[in-house]
Every structure is written in structure tokens, then in C-alpha cells.
Design a protein around this ligand. Structure first.
Ligand code: FAD
Ligand code: UDP
Length: 378
């Protein structure tokens, strides 16, 4: 064996696939009972509707290298992601655009008028010097829109004062002075035609790749454990960086999600794939309705049943799955200490969302794995 990859998410599988294609023998271990990390999906047994097990995953990228690479394993549908939000029982389009603004202010502003109104309301802070999520959001859209659509949703999602969250979190959401309500700005977007798992399995399908599931790197009873492998061969580790070092610098804080899935005896529950709930009075952040991700499968999906999933967010503790790095100033100090430890861990390469304590979209995880392969491992 030439390389051990810990974690079979997009980061780990991209490394494994590149190494195998270069003639190297690779072992991939994952503590879960399936490959694919958080992008894993499967058919809900009663309806056959593809459900993204760890929350809805939408693929989008503007990186031509990544787009060319992913198209080796799957084609993509022409799905375009659009999200709506329910505020005080009224549904508005997201991300905040001219439609949202006019509906909110019960107005018919043109783009320049809307900009002038928002600028007037946004004067408290400047987008360039905004120090945290709250300042950045108010600088972008003004306090009334912030309080309606961002403040309580963000509080539900992060359980952290928006003043302690980094400004970048909100920068992921564009603000548009047109009626364009595409959620993403990227050049390419779509969903894998045969589903995520088929895509992930094709990446792992190589005689040089040996995947072992239900195998934890920290379990001393399995042969590819930490003590037996570190220093013996190159390792790409994509699990949580703090866990690797036994929390020597303290635990980094993560958000986890609880998903409540239900099969309903109706053909269509909400008429769209994702409905956010902006208000503090509703305990969940959003409801996913999976059949709407694949309108092209309408003839294969039941017309009298649908699968919905309510998403609840909270701090991760104990054995909870770490999903989103919270990234408070305290976490950022801890991360710097872990980065120093990681530099001293010769032969171990830390990558991916958990290994670098960074929010990475799929295209970013794949892009950074390709860079790690080309620049450090090849
Ligand atoms: P992961 O997919 O988390 O894979 C890490 C793997 O390591 C896991 O399988 C885990 O079991 C394994 N592992 C951890 N510790 C050990 C251990 N000790 N031993 C063995 N194995 C271990 N991206 C998008 O582009 N679009 C989206 O719409 C989108 N939506 C998302 C929604 C949610 C709720 C979440 C959480 C993420 C979303 N993402 C989305 C991000 C996407 O999931 C990540 O980009 C991608 O999963 C990153 O891959 P990764 O390999 O770094 O990590
Ligand atoms: N956000 C919000 N209201 C919404 C949608 C998003 O306040 O209806 C904020 C929230 O803080 C979130 C951030 O914008 O964390 C980024 O949104 P995105 O949809 O990218 O969040 P994800 O669920 O992918 O983290």
C-alpha cells in the first residue's frame, strides 16, 4: 500500500482516485457504513425518492478544472437552485433581490430606487470595514431586511450571537437589484443525473483502491489505526483536526443538524425543494422536499406521496456529527494552534472540511484535493 486515506468524502475520494490513476495502491477507510461523507444519498424505501442523508447538497462551481474533473464521473441535470423563505406567514424569494425588497416594502421600486432605499437604511455600517456577520448584513441590506430574514434564521442556525460570527458567512448570500433569484452565482450548476452515490462509487471504482467501511482510524483494534500507520506510509486525514490531536488545544466548536424525515400522503407538499423559515417562533430552519430536486424523474416518482425533511440546528456535543465549523474568535485561536501541530506531523496531510476546520462546498473540497495531489503528493 502506498497511501492511506482517512475519510471517503469528496476530499478523500478525489485524492484516492488521483493516486490510483497514477498507479498507486490506496486504502480508504471510513468510520461510517457507506462511502461519500456528507454528500451521500439513497432512495427512500417507500417512495424511491432520492434523499440526501446529511442535508440537501447542490453542486455548483465556476472552476473549469473542477467542472472538467467531476464530469468524468457523472453528468449533471439542468436543475437550478431557488430558495424561498417564510416570514410571518408570507413567502418571499431568496436570496434578497428586487422581488424580496418590493414585496417586503409593498413597493414597486426600480433597481436604482431600491438601492437608494437600502443604502439609506444601511448607513450604520460599511461593507468594507464590517467586523462580523451582523455588521456585514446590515451594511449590505439595512436593519429592517436584516431583522426580517437574517437575524433570527442565523440565530436558529448558529446559536451564536451574529456579532461573534465571521462576516464571510453572510457573504455567501448575494444581494441582487434584479428579479434574478438563482441561489448561486456560479457558471455551472446541477445535480448528478444518477444521484450522488452513483457518482461517488464511480470515483472509488478502481482496482488500486481498497475501501474499508465501519473502520475508525482511532480504533486500535483495526489494523489501519493511527498508532500502526503514522510514520509508516503517507496519510491523508480528513477527519476532525482536534480529534486527531486528542483535543490537546481544546475542542473546536461545531454545529450539528437534526433531520426529521417524513413521508406524506400528498403529491406535493410545498411546491419547491427548499423553504426556509425566517422566524424564531418556528423551531426548524428549513424544510426540504426531495422530489423537487429531480423534476426530470417525475415519471419514476409517485404522484401521491412525497418525502420532506425538517432541519434543526444546534451545537454539536459528544458523539454528534460535526457539520459546520462555528469559527468564533476562540475557535480561530485554537485552529492556529492545531495548524502548528499539524505542520509537525510529518507524513500526515490534513484536508477537507473537518481536517482544516473550514466550511468547504463540494467543488472547494474537490478543488483543494486536486491541488494537494498535484502540489504535495504526486
Ligand atoms: P466529509 O464529506 O465530511 O467526509 C469526511 C469523512 O471522514 C466522513 O465520511 C467521515 O465519516 C470520515 N471520518 C471522520 N473521522 C473519521 C475517522 N476517525 N476514521 C475514519 N473515517 C473518519 N456543499 C455544496 O457544494 N453544496 C451544498 O449544497 C452543500 N450542502 C451541505 C449541507 C450540509 C448539511 C453540510 C454538512 C454540508 C454541505 N455541503 C455542501 C458541503 C459538503 O458536504 C462538503 O463540501 C463535502 O462533504 C466535503 O467533503 P470532505 O471529504 O471534506 O468531508
Ligand atoms: N441566511 C439567513 N437567512 C436565510 C438564509 C441564509 O440568515 O434565509 C444566512 C445564515 O447566516 C447562513 C448564511 O446566510 O448561515 C449562508 O447561507 P447558506 O444558504 O449558504 O447557508 P448554509 O445552510 O449552506 O450554511
Amino acid at each position: 500500500m502506498d497511501l492511506l486515506v482517512v475519510g471517503s468524502g469528496f476530499f478523500g475520494l478525489t485524492i484516492a482516485e488521483r493516486a490510483a490513476a497514477a498507479g498507486r495502491k490506496v486504502a480508504v477507510i471510513d468510520r461510517r457504513s457507506h462511502i461519500g461523507g456528507n454528500a451521500y444519498s439513497e432512495a427512500e424505501p417507500e417512495t424511491g425518492i432520492e434523499v440526501h442523508r446529511y442535508g440537501a447538497h447542490l453542486f455548483h462551481t465556476s472552476n473549469p478544472t473542477v467542472w472538467e474533473y467531476v464530469n468524468r464521473f457523472t453528468t449533471f441535470t439542468d436543475y437550478v437552485h431557488r430558495v424561498y423563505t417564510n416570514h410571518k406567514g408570507v413567502v418571499y424569494p431568496l436570496p434578497i433581490n428586487l422581488g424580496t425588497i418590493n414585496q417586503f416594502f409593498q413597493a414597486a421600486y426600480g433597481p436604482d430606487e431600491a438601492k437608494a432605499v437600502v443604502n439609506e437604511l444601511a448607513g450604520e455600517f460599511d461593507t468594507k470595514s464590517a467586523a462580523n456577520l451582523e455588521e456585514k448584513a446590515i451594511a449590505l441590506i439595512g436593519r429592517p431586511l436584516y431583522e426580517a430574514f437574517i437575524r433570527d434564521y442565523t440565530a436558529k442556525q448558529w446559536q451564536t450571537d451574529p456579532k461573534d460570527l465571521p462576516a464571510e458567512v453572510i457573504s455567501r448570500l448575494p444581494v441582487r437589484y434584479t428579479y434574478d433569484n438563482r441561489y448561486f452565482n456560479d457558471t455551472w450548476e446541477g445535480l448528478p443525473t444518477d444521484g450522488y452515490t452513483a457518482w461517488l462509487e464511480r470515483m472509488a471504482d478502481h482496482p488500486n483502491i481498497d475501501v474499508k467501511l465501519d473502520t475508525d482510524f482511532f480504533d486500535p483494534s483495526q489494523p489501519l489505526n493511527k498508532a500502526a500507520t503514522v510514520g509508516q506510509l503517507p496519510i491523508v486525514y480528513t477527519g476532525p483536526v482536534d480529534r486527531y490531536f486528542d483535543y490537546a488545544e481544546g475542542a473546536l466548536s461545531w454545529r450539528t443538524l437534526d433531520f426529521e424525515e417524513e413521508v406524506l400522503e400528498v403529491g406535493d407538499f410545498q411546491g419547491t425543494s427548499v423553504m426556509n423559515y425566517a422566524d424564531a417562533t418556528v423551531p426548524y430552519t428549513r424544510i426540504h422536499e426531495f422530489k423537487h430536486f429531480h423534476p426530470e424523474r417525475a415519471d419514476r416518482y409517485p404522484t401521491d406521496k412525497t418525502v420532506i425533511m425538517r432541519e434543526y440546528s444546534r451545537f454539536a456535543e459528544g458523539k454528534d456529527e460535526p457539520y459546520y465549523p462555528v469559527n468564533t474568535p476562540h475557535d480561530r485561536a485554537g485552529l492556529l494552534a492545531y495548524r502548528d501541530l499539524a505542520k509537525g506531523e510529518s507524513g500526515v496531510h490534513f484536508g477537507g472540511r473537518l481536517g482544516t476546520y473550514q466550511y468547504l462546498d463540494m467543488h472547494m473540497a474537490i478543488g483543494s484535493a486536486l491541488s494537494m495531489w498535484n502540489n504535495q503528493l504526486a
